[in-house]
Design a protein around this ligand. Structure first.
Ligand code: SF4
Length: 520
């Protein structure tokens, strides 16, 4: 067997989780340079840039959602794939134990988290043989927020604002633009899309995801597809969806299209959307030892820090107009806020995602949520183990949060207004915005929705002073309710208590642009 294989895979997972490849950094640097620093888009991108540099400097997850680990492995003829698969699984469990991956593998029937990232279908490992005498392992970590914005179209189809998409490259163009528009900020834009034209429903999605292994700056070998990629990039960036759906100049950082043959009766266009936290790396390994001989997508020379040190040290880019709030928060304070305000939250904050929301619909909360701040977040946490001989840690010192960005809020749309009303929650923080039911609930109950910057898990972890307690650990660490003490946690009011929603406004404005785009 290959003695260094296990360590090489752990190293690959660790670096992939913490270090964005240079092509993605370059695209995000261009996005940052294109926005005015004092705009919502500029502030969001500055936080993202800080987050990218922070994650790399401490080798911690860029985003708390470390996604579905997907390995593409090439092996020489005769390699023992059974042993390699088992060893990759062991390496995934080890990286999870070290806090480099969040436990993300959940039993689909019971909701139980395996705690190891192992389970039926997790991780995804694909093997291919090749004639070369070396092993190649490529890894992508794609999170749930952007996975939920994937889209598949069966052509011909009628699309909102674009009309009919026929079985042609023009129809493909319409589908991809529609998918980018529909995603808005929910998949943590600016994102990149991998697209498959053709195949069947299953192979189409698979091949679309495979396109994400191409670098953002490569050129398609098929001139027709190269032209289509370029025109979609141009048009998608005219949609003004912008970073996080805040409106802005950059909505898409990459478009990679491949084609598979199809049945005469089918014409699918499959779109795999990847957020800006586009974690993709690879290694080549010596086929006799398993040791890393070279890295893929990871040119250290080109992996420059995104921000100058003085900007990094400056933290959140303030304009002087920020509003500081200390939890618990009153209705009067909430009614004073309006869409566009930047708020700095201090005091107690509770996390709550899908399991907590479903639980609160049927049970009383274990804490008083009156005036509370509820954060849609599934953090990466580490249980602290004391040094030998040191006193056993209690209460606040038992846990450390190592990554804590917001999760996609729209999943809680069926519950949120009821929970706000029933328990007196005043502030909901998440990303991507919520729908009309929540907007009406905010108005009725005097609450507000704040959009934090999706994926900025290191940045927000640094706003957490300590972990005071945790409830519902039986839901697994991402789904538990963490009691956090925060200081100057920045977020933007995107839905206020007067019926205004930035998300609705940006969606409407970008729909008008979408409708005005002419066929190429
Ligand atoms: S950046 Fe956003 S979409 Fe991407 S993994 Fe993180 S939370 Fe999910």
């Amino acid at each position: 067997m290959l003695p260094a294989f296990f360590d090489s895979i752990v190293e690959l997972i660790t670096k992939t989780s913490a270090d964005l490849p240079p092509d993605v950094r370059a695209a995000m640097s261009s996005a940052l340079a294109s926005e005015e620093p004092a705009t919502r888009a500029g502030q969001a991108l500055t936080i993202i840039a800080q987050n990218i540099d922070q994650a790399e400097s401490c080798e911690a997850p860029i985003c708390q959602d470390t996604g579905m680990p997907t390995f593409e492995v090439h092996v020489p003829v005769g390699a023992n794939q059974i042993w390699m698969r088992a060893t990759i699984r062991e390496a995934v469990a080890e990286a999870t134990k070290r806090g480099k991956l969040r436990p993300n593998s959940v039993d689909s029937i019971t909701g139980e988290n395996s705690g190891t990232n192992l389970g039926p279908g997790t991780p995804i490992i694909h093997f291919d043989q090749w004639e070369r005498d070396e092993v190649e392992v490529r890894l992508i970590l794609k999170g749930g927020g952007c996975e939920n914005t994937n889209a598949q179209y069966a052509l011909p189809v009628e699309l909102d604002h674009l009309g009919r998409a026929d079985r042609s490259l023009e129809g493909v163009r319409k589908c991809v633009l529609h998918a980018v528009w529909k995603a808005q900020g929910k998949g943590c834009s600016p994102g990149a899309v991998g697209v498959c034209v053709g195949g069947d429903r299953t192979s189409g999605y698979l091949y679309a995801k495979e396109q994400l292994f191409r670098t953002l700056d490569d050129a398609n070998v098929d001139a027709r597809l190269a032209q289509l990629e370029a025109s979609i990039m141009d048009e998608a960036n005219r949609l003004t969806v912008g970073p996080m759906g805040f409106s802005g100049k950059t909505s898409l950082i990459g478009c990679k299209i491949g084609a598979l043959n199809r049945l005469p009766a089918s014409f699918f266009v499959s779109v795999a959307y990847n957020c800006w936290a586009f974690r993709r790396l690879g290694v080549r390994l010596d086929s006799t030892t398993g040791a890393i001989t070279s890295w893929m997508y990871r040119d250290i020379e080109k992996s420059k820090p995104m921000l100058a040190p003085e900007l990094m040290a400056a933290g959140f880019p303030r304009t002087g107009r920020e509003i500081s709030l200390e939890a618990p928060i009153t209705e009067a304070q909430i009614r004073d806020l309006k869409v566009g305000d930047v708020v700095l939250i201090s005091g107690r904050m509770y996390t709550g995602r899908d399991a907590v929301h479903a639980h609160l619909m049927k049970h009383e909360p274990v804490v008083d949520l009156n005036g509370a701040v509820l954060y849609h977040c599934g953090p990466v946490v580490k249980k602290l183990t004391p040094e030998p001989g040191a006193p056993k840690p209690t209460g606040v010192s038992r846990w450390a949060v190592t990554a804590a960005g917001p999760t996609t809020s729209i999943r809680e749309e069926p519950y949120q207004a009821d929970i706000i009303k029933k328990f007196g929650v005043r502030v909901v923080i998440g990303k991507g915005g919520m729908g009309p039911k929540t907007l009406a609930g905010l108005k009725e109950s005097g609450a507000v929705y704040l959009n934090a910057v999706g994926g900025a898990a290191q940045f927000y972890a640094r706003c957490i002073e300590r972990v005071d307690d945790v409830s519902h650990l039986e839901f697994g660490t991402p789904e538990a309710m963490w009691h956090l003490q925060v200081r100057d946690f920045p977020a933007i009011v995107t839905m206020d208590s007067h019926g205004n929603s930035l998300h609705r406004d940006v969606e409407d404005a970008s729909a008008k642009v979408l409708a005005s785009l002419r066929p190429v």
